[in-house]
Design a protein around this ligand. Structure first.
Ligand code: UD1
Ligand code: MG
Length: 449
């Protein structure tokens, strides 16, 4: 059976107190919407429809980046979850498979759970995802009779007895497209909130003698985000899970709770991560690397045996080959550092390539930006760049070339050549003492006068 995802993302998220629509707030540097869409993608959906409302243009732009095939439909007024799903009907014209309803603000549902829901569809017309709530609070309650789900009662509409139920509605469901839209037509808004409840589908299905069941998942998967505090908690949950996975894979985290990971951080086994390292999106670190304390990495690739930090910054496009060393207070951006090359102290290497086994002296700067355009610096293999060198791009340094300390290199240096570009030193014998004596005498005169 083919599936289509309908992802609800029109809600305002008032309690986020933000100009950014709630579903675009990030957890581990990917929006909640991206997390939800990624989980849904595991079902290999034929179509994906996102229902947007508040700040719909921002949502539309985000969706286009996450999945250009996904369609965004507008729910101009937020009249309830049932009303929201109906907005996807036109976009799903002609689709006869199963519809999986996801929430954009429920980012942690696992692909495994979604697959269990699909599996349960073989025995029921409508499948709801429920969970045992530690604190059921204001969740909708699932009224079960054995395997069969009789109805969902919203907290506001529930009796005391129903409020005592702890098996709650996550909001996620699977239903055949034809049944779903036929039943949605019948949903009214005569309830405590005056909203069109998606949850009414359960009772409407029962009236038609259709079968309805619930699948249970861990409460952590249904964690919804309504406030910044929830967002911080969701991030913490993600971090704890991702760190545990890395430890399991054979990565050493010296102080796991101080390492901040992104949703897509990949680290190979036997790599050691020292305390207080931050991973932005798009980082892969191969096996057997060492990332030392207080380093910040994003959009980069670190190969086997490389040593990074402490206090190193790898920015997008930093490509470190095997056994490279990037030391303290070094920034690398959009640059390939070939095997065995070293940039150990206080340098900026941007828009550049550094050849094999080349040594970049302390304080070397690639001057890549002229105020308007960016230019490249190419450095060959086994070259030696003296300390405190400015490489004014575009510029090329050949293999085994050498630049003297303190040089401002504006012209290419051929392979094997030595470039010196600094004012020559003159020594004045005895002048230092003379100068000091003169200054001390002057000070003595001033304090008398
Ligand atoms: C809903 C469920 C409740 C469940 C809870 C789980 C209904 C009637 N109730 O309640 O049983 O326990 O979720 O979190 O479905 N949305 C729209 N358009 C709308 C309204 C909502 O897109 O008009 C979206 C929201 O952005 C959100 C999701 O649907 O992603 C859920 O809406 P929300 O208002 O949070 O529903 P709850 O009242 O929490
Ligand atoms: Mg909610």
């Amino acid at each position: 059976m083919s599936t289509a995802l309908v992802i609800l993302a029109a809600g305002k998220g008032t309690r986020m107190n933000s100009d950014l629509p709630k579903v675009l707030h990030p957890i581990a540097q990917a929006s909640m919407l991206e997390h939800a869409m990624a989980a849904g993608r595991a079902l290999d959906p034929e179509r994906t429809v996102v229902v947007a409302g508040h700040e719909a243009e921002q949502v539309r732009a985000a969706v286009a980046e996450i999945d250009p095939e996904a369609e965004v439909v507008l729910q101009t007024e937020q009249l309830g979850t049932g009303h929201a799903v109906r907005q996807a009907q036109a976009a799903l014209e002609g689709f006869a498979g199963d519809i999986v309803v996801l929430y954009g603000d429920t980012p942690f549902v696992s692909p495994d759970t979604l697959e269990q829901m699909i599996a349960a569809r073989a025995r029921a017309d409508l499948v709801i995802l429920g969970f045992e709530a530690a604190d059921p609070a204001r969740y909708g309650r699932l009224v079960m009779q054995g395997e069969s789900l009789e109805k969902i009662v919203e907290y506001k509409d529930a009796t005391e007895a129903e409020r005592a139920i702890t098996f709650c509605n996550s909001g996620l469901m699977v239903c055949g497209a034809e049944v779903m839209f036929r039943l949605l037509d019948k949903v009214g808004n005569d309830n405590a909130s005056g909203e069109y409840y998606l949850t009414d589908l359960v009772e409407l299905a029962r009236i038609e003698a259709l079968t309805v069941t619930a699948v249970a998942c861990a409460e952590s998967e249904t964690l919804g985000v309504n406030s910044r505090a929830d967002l911080a908690m969701a991030d913490a949950v993600f971090q704890a899970r991702a760190r545990a996975e890395l430890l399991e894979l054979g990565v050493t985290l010296m102080a796991p709770e101080t390492v901040y990971l992104a949703f897509d951080t990949y680290i190979g086994r036997d790599t050691v991560i020292e305390p207080n390292v931050v991973f932005g999106p798009g980082v892969t670190v191969e096996s057997g690397a060492l990332i030392r304390a207080f380093s910040h990495l994003e959009g980069c690739h670190v190969s086997r045996g490389a040593k990074v930090g402490p206090y190193a910054r790898l920015r997008p496009g930093a490509e470190l080959a095997e056994d490279t060393h990037i030391g303290n207070f070094v920034e690398i951006k959009n640059a390939e550092i070939a095997a065995g090359a070293k940039v150990n102290h206080l340098s900026y290497i941007g828009d550049a390539s550094v050849g094999e086994a080349t040594n970049i002296g302390a304080g070397t700067i690639t001057c890549n930006y002229d105020g308007v355009m960016k230019h490249r610096t190419e450095i060959g293999a086994r070259a030696f760049i003296g300390s405190n060198t400015c490489l004014v791009a575009p510029v090329t340094i050949g293999d085994e070339a050498l630049t003297a300390t303190g040089a401002v290199i504006t012209k290419n240096v051929a392979a094997g050549d030595l470039a010196i570009a600094r004012a020559e030193q003159t020594n004045k014998p005895g002048y230092a003492r003379k100068l000091m004596d003169m200054l001390r005498a002057k000070k003595a005169r001033m304090s008398k006068g």
